[in-house]
Design a protein around this ligand. Structure first.
Ligand code: ATP
Ligand code: SF4
Ligand code: MG
Length: 341
């Protein structure tokens, strides 16, 4: 009781910077929603990691928030995404274009998809700055240099005039981070930012992102397959399965007390958490495709605990402890199945 009262003021003052509520998306002609009722939030200075198998909807969710999902074929079925008091999903292309690269930014797995091969990296960073700030060429170039230094590109002054192809993958990813952070965004979404890099460089880039985030207080949504990374950097975790969030909570709760059978499966088969490079475990069975989504719980075909009720009713994401919620009709699992972990 006492601890509840003690945590109240902190919880009340933690206003989310971004609150996604019941987001549902589909692609024209598909039988079900590819993202179906996703909710999460993230506050300034906080890191939310989104994990889940390939195709579960992590990228389309982030692209929708950034206004980068081509519509059509994509369409928003329902939901809101409140960012600094505005619903990102209701903004015009022009309005969201003003926010993107300024108040919010995104980093992708493959920098070459976002870097323009025909401009120098310095010009590209300067261009982002000038697009959103009333500054001249000299000032924008000075900011580009400052950013390259902040992301620790060696000999930054000289590299300013390099073209992307003259840089290594790790250096290009640093340039991407420099571009993303050039206008001090309050929200940064990084979609598998290190997956394409080798393990040592991955670690350096993640450390850099963490350092910059601590300096700037940016809210970070990090999408990753790597549970070792999650264990190391996340404050909160959202586990996605087939377009839905099946479990969300503080990182400690997710790893120490997973309450959704899918999370349990992911976590129990990682050999040693905390080591980077720990890919998502293989769970027997296949992720359902968007045209063959099971009617009730989408995890039922692979779930060792599934019964008839699971196959007809969609389990809501329900709180099992403060800030920790699972979308399983049998959560908390130990109450129904004993010590499952
Ligand atoms: N433009 C598109 N048209 C039709 N379907 C699409 C389109 N883009 C994505 N999808 C589908 O949406 C689903 C979710 O894709 P998404 O890229 O978000 O997955 P993801 O969780 O990011 O996977 P990964 O871990 O492989 O990056 C997939 O089934 C994918 O095939
Ligand atoms: S609702 Fe049923 S099928 Fe879905 S995760 Fe829980 S036990 Fe498994
Ligand atoms: Mg993706």
């Amino acid at each position: 009781m006492q601890s509840d009262t003690a945590t109240l003021p902190a919880a009340a003052s933690r206003t989310p910077l971004l609150a996604v509520e019941d987001l549902a998306l589909r692609f024209g002609g598909s039988a079900s929603n590819v993202v179906d009722g996703v909710s999460f939030d993230v506050a300034a200075g906080e890191t939310l990691c989104i994990v889940g198998e390939s195709g579960c909807g992590k990228s389309v969710t982030s692209l929708a928030l950034m206004g980068l999902l081509p519509m059509p074929p994509a369409e928003i079925v329902r939901g809101r995404a409140l960012f600094e008091g505005r619903d990102l999903l209701a903004l015009s292309r022009r309005e969201i274009g003003k926010l993107r690269g300024d108040r919010m930014a995104m980093i992708f797995q493959e920098p070459m998809t976002s870097l323009n091969p025909v401009y120098t990296v310095g010009d590209q960073i300067a261009e982002i700055v000038r697009r959103h700030r009333p500054v001249g060429r000299t000032e924008a170039r000075a900011r580009a240099l400052e950013m390259l230094e902040r992301v620790k590109v060696p000999a930054a002054k000289r590299r300013l005039d390099d073209y992307p192809h003259q840089m290594s993958g790790g250096m290009r990813q640093r340039v991407m981070i420099a571009m993303a952070l050039a206008n001090d965004p309050r929200l940064l979404i990084a979609d598998e930012p290190t997956t394409a890099l080798d393990v040592t460089i991955q670690a350096q880039i993640l450390d850099l992102m963490r350092e910059l985030q601590q300096e700037t207080g940016t809210a970070l949504i990090l999408i990753t397959h790597d549970l070792g990374v999650v264990a190391e950097v996340a404050d909160k975790v959202a586990v996605m399965y087939a377009g839905r969030i099946v479990e969300t909570g503080p990182v400690g709760a997710i790893f120490d007390d997973p309450q959704h059978p899918y999370t349990l499966g992911l976590i129990s088969s990682v050999p040693s958490l905390g080591e980077r490079g720990g890919r998502l475990a293989t769970i027997p069975g296949m992720v359902p495709t968007v045209d063959r989504m099971p009617a009730g719980c989408r995890f039922a075909p692979r779930c060792p605990f599934a019964d008839a009720a699971c196959r007809t009713e969609v389990p809501p994401l329900a709180e099992v402890a403060a800030g920790h919620a699972a979308a399983c009709r049998y959560a908390p699992l130990e109450r129904h199945f004993g010590d499952v972990a």
